[in-house]
Design a protein around this ligand. Structure first.
Ligand code: HEC
Length: 470
């Protein structure tokens, strides 16, 4: 739980995982799943028309894909395991057990993918003619298929985390895979990856076609048609997917899109998202009809917009499945739904492994409270950094020393008004200890006025409160 990195206090578990996972998706979807087939198609088209310039462009794009996917792509992929293993060992443990064979196959597929991208790029110039060129294109096709296969496997896991379907009743592997969100999400991600790949190739063309306006026009038109070809599935599947999302999660989307502070801008933001999609599609329509009208610099814009869209989609998806890590089974803090009443009755500390105290006493109250906060809140909150508990409570209860009863009441019912938070998974003494710890944090941070500023009468009041902190 204690993350051994100095900045963890500031950025928190939630943001660390989110950054690694989102960077991974931004590489995996457009640059692997989407771009391998697009580049292979471009290579095939170049060969068919005896167009060496197109072939060379495809090669240069493939080289970029090769470098980025085997470095940052692979590192962030492993980074997800690393961060999730540390932050959410119970969650990842459950997913490993349920999806054991799927992960096993996924690792084989992943290793084959790495070998194939190396073969594909390194033999490009050598296998340039005749039969060998056909074999080379075949390698591209196989690479594309394997790269999509990783998506086919992993989307099953992602869908399961949002809706476990009949798995909770029968615990069968197939029920887990064919969860209610699987197919719509797979269709959506596949199409989105293909569109985003087009945007990335446009972006790279800005650099690779500087001296070659004719080549650029041919390639812009080709890629525009590719994007428009995937658009119906992209838009259709996004509706299909949204309708498959359970209502409780749809209700989280206001906060998910923009955080609580800006949730009133929700509808404006939806309009902005629509405009972003429109800009991408208009560029593609113009690019297909008359690529001359597209200045080179314009090729950079849709890529930036598209990556923003994809990254934000990922953020929202991660957000709306709160308070669960696996729907209907486990909360984000690693407590399963069947454990919850037991912990609330006997205490969370009683069953926890890495805590200093197994139960709350007046002597250990603040330390026990810190452990509780680690167990129950730290997956999503820091103490004083990003999404800090102290800030959150100060917004609600002001910067004066907090009233412990009010905080206690909030903690025991927070899941009802803020549906993105899990129920407090401990007993009453633990809730009080948590509150005492939070009060202590507030005072240590100095935002609550100290005794010196307050003068004698208020200091006495603070002392009265302080007796709960002992
Ligand atoms: C599953 C993740 C998660 C867990 C676990 C969690 N929270 Fe939160 N909490 C959030 C999010 C997300 C917000 C809203 C942030 C935003 O968008 O402003 C929030 C907001 C809050 C707020 C402000 C509510 C408001 O209306 O302004 C308080 C107070 C709070 N949390 C306390 C806690 C405490 C105490 C715990 C531990 C017992 C806890 N949370 C556990 C995710 C979580």
């Amino acid at each position: 739980m204690d993350f051994p990195l100095f900045f963890m206090d500031e950025i928190g578990n939630r943001l660390l995982m989110a950054v690694i996972a989102i960077v991974h998706v931004l590489i995996n979807h457009p640059l692997a799943v989407g771009a391998y087939p697009l580049v292979t198609l471009l290579e095939w088209w170049g060969r068919r028309n005896n167009d060496a310039a197109i072939d060379n462009l495809a090669y240069r794009v493939a080289f970029v894909l090769f470098v980025v996917t085997t470095t940052v792509g692979a590192l962030t992929g492993v980074g997800i395991w690393f961060s999730a293993g540390l932050i959410a060992p119970f969650g990842i443990g459950s997913l490993l057990r349920v999806f054991f064979w799927a992960w096993f196959i996924e690792w084989l597929v992943f290793i084959s993918e790495v070998v194939l991208i190396m073969v594909y790029v390194l033999t490009w110039k050598r296998w340039a003619d005749g039969l060998m060129k056909k074999v080379h294109i075949g390698v591209g096709v196989l690479l594309s298929a394997l790269s999509w296969a990783t998506m086919v496997i992993i989307v099953a896991v992602l869908g399961f985390m949002m809706g476990s379907g009949t798995w909770t009743q029968n615990q069968s592997f197939l029920s887990a895979v064919f969860n209610p969100l699987y197919l719509p999400q797979l269709a959506f991600r596949t199409a989105f990856a293909m569109v985003a790949a087009g945007l990335v190739v446009w972006f790279l063309m800005f650099f690779f076609t500087k001296q070659a306006p004719e080549l650029r026009r041919r390639a812009v038109r080709f890629v525009s048609i590719w994007i428009l070809g995937w658009t119906p599935l992209w838009l259709g599947a996004s509706l299909w997917y949204w309708n498959a999302v359970p209502a409780a999660m749809q209700a989280n989307v206001n906060v998910g899109l923009l955080t609580q502070a800006f949730q009133n801008w929700h509808s404006d933001f939806v309009v902005i998202l629509g405009v972003v999609v429109a800009i991408i599609l208009v560029t593609a329509v113009v690019g297909a009809l008359n690529p001359r009208l597209i200045p080179r610099a314009v090729l950079l814009v849709p890529c930036v917009l598209g990556l923003f869209l994809l990254g934000h989609f990922e953020r929202v998806r991660e957000f709306i499945r709160k308070p669960h890590v696996v729907a209907d089974y486990m909360y984000s803090n690693g407590v399963t739904m069947t454990e919850l009443p037991v912990f609330q009755r006997d205490g969370l500390l009683t069953y926890a492994t890495y805590v200093r105290h197994k139960s709350v006493t007046s002597a250990n109250k603040i330390e026990a409270g810190e452990d509780i906060s680690m167990l129950a809140c730290s997956r999503c909150h820091t103490t004083t950094g990003v999404n800090a508990l102290v800030d959150r409570f100060e917004k609600l209860y002001g910067t004066e020393p907090w009233d412990e009863a009010a905080l206690g009441a909030f903690v025991s019912s927070m899941h009802m008004s803020r549906t993105y938070m899990p129920p407090f998974p401990g007993n009453t003494a633990e809730a009080e200890a948590l509150v005492a710890y939070l009060r202590d944090l507030q005072q240590k941070r100095g935002s609550a006025p100290g005794a010196q500023t307050l003068g004698i009468p208020r200091a006495a009041a603070v002392d009265n409160n302080a007796n709960v902190n002992q």
